[in-house]
Ligand binder design. Sequence first.
Ligand SMILES: [Zn+2]
Length: 87
Amino acid sequence: MKKNRVCAKCGSTAVIAPARLETAPVLGPHYEVGLAADANPSGFLKSTERSCLEAYVCAQCGYTEFYATNPGPLSSACEEAQKRSAQ
Ligand SMILES: [Zn+2]
């Protein structure tokens, strides 16, 4: 859907993209929407990596796909967390 702008569910070419996701702050440094991964989940300093999400929305049926705008650091944090848990 991101590459060809065709809905994966209904085949429509009316894709709204990229649609920006809004976040709503909650208590502390947390948000209701977004992605996060801790490189050191059990540590005092979690070394958290975050990424925003962008949405691709079919204007015909509403089917929506989300893509992380910065997936590399999330992946690195998950790999580091797995290495730490294996030690
Ligand atoms: Zn659709």
